[in-house]
Write a new protein. Structure first.
Length: 353
């Protein structure tokens, strides 16, 4: 009797072990199955910039394709240069009539309005007339005359964006005013991509939208993603340093990529709404690390205009971290990034704030 009982117990223990081994095998197998599939990589020119992504694990291809589709749709919705985009319609109807816009567009404009207000208008998404006048990123960049410059500058004022949340309409108060979401659209696109990766439950992904880099989930093998940051120079051939920033958007603004030269002077595409000129300050580049892409993109543009002192004062903030390069080639980093960022270029010096 006793032996029989023991034998039965042994038997069920053996079955339990077998089940456990089988479950573990299935678990390990499906884990491998996730990573086994080769990563899916895409590379496109979207939103007027280079967009590339590598997606790992389950559903990688489907998720990657959906991100590409979403970002192509973005251009139709958010570009002021697309004739039929809601933004172009708002700009055409400036001073005339409110325009009903899709939910996503309304939300981003409302968010942008709050960002402008938080910076007292140093960040201002109605700099559209300045972008058009200077045409820095277009075919005919030129330094404008004083009169046309003051005419354009006079139109820049985010407080003239009239939002009606009930009707979901947007109107600019005065004719000639223009919304230009160029400073936040790319970061916002990273947020939307993150929602797609999550929905498809991919293992991990790295997305680059014109210099805004987003890392999602885990890398195969579990290591951290290494992001190489470039030195703020024209040719961008050197690596400034490497950054580990899992699950974050890393947005960089600088005057070294989109600019033109006239009579030996360089004019870049980020404007100081107080002067109408490309911002004149002492930072070569501003990199912001934050969970939310729109926030990171907004802040990188804002600090680039605001200058080093304003940025250094914010190195300790909890909602975001900063890597700043000033014109003396000093690099300032937030204490929170101390163990995540390694400076690799010997031309630059890590500065104590
Ligand atoms: P990039 O687009 O090169 O990544 P940014 O995110 O800094 O760089 O955005 C720059 C764009 O922001 C400009 O091309 C213009 O469309 C817009 N812009 C320029 N000056 C301002 C400003 N002071 N506030 C908000 N947006 C601006
Ligand atoms: Mg930006």
């Amino acid at each position: 009797m006793v032996n029989e009982k023991h034998a039965r117990r042994r038997g069920s223990a053996a079955v339990a072990v077998l089940i456990a081994v089988a479950l573990a095998a299935v678990g390990i197998y499906s884990y491998w199955d996730d990573w086994r599939a080769t990563p899916h990589t895409t590379s496109d020119f979207l939103m007027n910039t280079f967009v590339s992504q590598t997606v790992y694990g389950k559903n990688a291809q489907r998720a990657a394709d959906e991100v590409v589709a979403a970002l192509s749709g973005f251009e139709d919705d958010f570009s002021m240069y697309r004739e039929n985009s809601p933004i172009a319609q708002i700009n055409r109807s400036a001073g005339v009539a409110p325009v009903a816009v899709p939910e996503q567009v309304y939300q981003l404009i409302a968010t942008a309005y709050d960002y402008c207000a938080q910076t007292d208008g140093l960040f201002d998404v109605t700099t559209g007339p300045l972008s058009v006048l200077w045409n820095v990123t277009g075919d005919t960049p030129h330094v404008p005359g004083q009169q046309e410059l003051s005419q354009a500058l006079e139109l820049v004022d985010y407080r003239d964006i009239l939002l009606d949340p009930e009707a979901r309409t947007v109107m600019l108060r005065r004719p000639g005013q223009m919304i230009d979401l160029g400073a936040i659209a790319k970061g916002y696109a990273c947020r939307v991509a993150g929602e797609i990766y999550r929905r498809y439950q991919v293992g991990g992904a790295v997305l680059s939208v014109g210099g805004n880099i987003y890392t999602y989930g885990k890398k195969p093998g579990g290591g951290a993603y290494d992001i190489g940051l470039s030195t703020p120079e024209k040719d961008r051939q050197h690596t400034l340093g490497t950054l580990h920033a899992d699950g974050m958007v890393v947005a960089t603004s600088g005057g070294y990529e989109r600019y033109f030269e006239e009579q030996g002077i360089r004019y870049h595409h980020i404007f100081d709404p107080r002067t109408g000129y490309p911002s004149q300050q002492d930072l070569l580049s501003v990199t912001v690390v934050a969970e939310d892409g729109a926030l990171a993109d907004f802040l990188s543009t804002y600090f680039f205009v605001a200058g080093s002192q304003a940025a250094i004062d914010c190195l300790d903030r909890s909602e975001f971290s900063l890597i700043l390069v000033d014109s003396e080639k000093n690099v300032y980093i937030s204490p929170a990034l101390k163990d995540q960022f390694a400076l690799t270029s010997s031309d630059y010096t890590l500065a104590a704030p």
